[in-house]
Design a binder for this molecule. Sequence first.
Ligand SMILES: [Zn+2]
Length: 434
Amino acid sequence: MGEGPHPVCNGNCEPDESKLTFNAICENPVQAICQVSKGSGMLTDSFCSFDIDDESKAKYTPEGIKATCMSKLEQQRVLGMMEYRCRRNREPDCMQTQRMKSAEQLAQIERSKIYTPDRKKYFTKLFTRVKSKMISMIESSTRIPQKHKAMLTKKVSGVNPLFFDSDLPDCFNPTPEGHSLTIALQEDEGGESSSLVVCAGAMLNIEHTNPYALMHIIGHELAHTFDPCALDNETGKPNFFEEVFPQLIKCIRGGKGADGCTDAKVSCNSEAVKREFCETYRSVIPECEEYIKTIPNCPLYVEIDDSEIDPKHPFEHPRLHPTCQLEEAMPDFFGSEVLANIIEEDQKSGWSESLNRPLREMDKMDTLIAMSAFHTRLKEGACFMKNVPYSHPSGKVRVKDIIMSSPNFRKVVCGARAEEGKPESEERSCRGLL
Ligand SMILES: [Zn+2]
């Protein structure tokens, strides 16, 4: 298979007539998949298999059904023993008391079927690869000032995957709503290190997740340890990120003016959001205007109750205004740079460790589809081509304007396709880690 159309399937996994070409997806990934998926953002890969991303559906995959059945069987054995003991004791409410006492034991049985040693090993393998690649890119970088390198590598080295934490029961155990698909960074107590929390749904469906798309998520999360907002907060020096990666903020924002905020692709804090924020939090932060100057790269949130949001126009509330998106944009960008190097490595060696077979040309397209579908279906802006007033930009902006602004990512994944027929002025290229 080479340049021909991708055998895409729509949401019902029926072959779709409108042929999605590699060129179209490289041109504008989210737009292309949204056209073919008729606005749902759901699309399968070239094997006609889905990346599961619906919490309530995670348990209906063959792996999900197997995990539920196996844990039910084992839980039945435990409950059976309890029943036997209770019948002998003749205590009133014995079973209820026993059940409560054994809740954690029963939950642990369920977890053990989801967090199998094989899955944990596989995730850790992908994680370790992304982490070492990011560290080696920082170390060999010719653009990061030498004096800041140790700070960055220390942050990245301090992250490790976390497969259980009793403080987060809704992440590691299934809930009535389903299996959480979250993969997120959590600062450990004391703030010296962080953990990458992998929730039950993400683990259960790991075999159905495109490994490169998963590595992008891992890279994104690792990069949160040094995103522009994290560095503002930590160092107390506004715009410290600029010292570490000169010119990158402006490039990622993509707008005009000294700060790149005029007509930006990635939003800045608008005057309106600053006003709204300070009006809301004046009682808690009396020197609000001064305070927000110390964190210029952090998003300013104003809590709006979900019930106040009009589902037909979710991005148009009188108190919702463009907020700084760098905290999320920068990790997307760094994640794409690291991923590009990993794919390039697999291409050169002719073997994909994560797929356990040689890398095909079509795998790169599958990766871009999986990444786009993932970013498209996230709640802020499914198939929404404009940007949104939240800290996470819309799917289209995340893929086309941020991820694809890594020249190496474009080159490795799309080759000449990305540049074909495009006027020079439309190309966005930012220089990041290297
Ligand atoms: Zn993030």
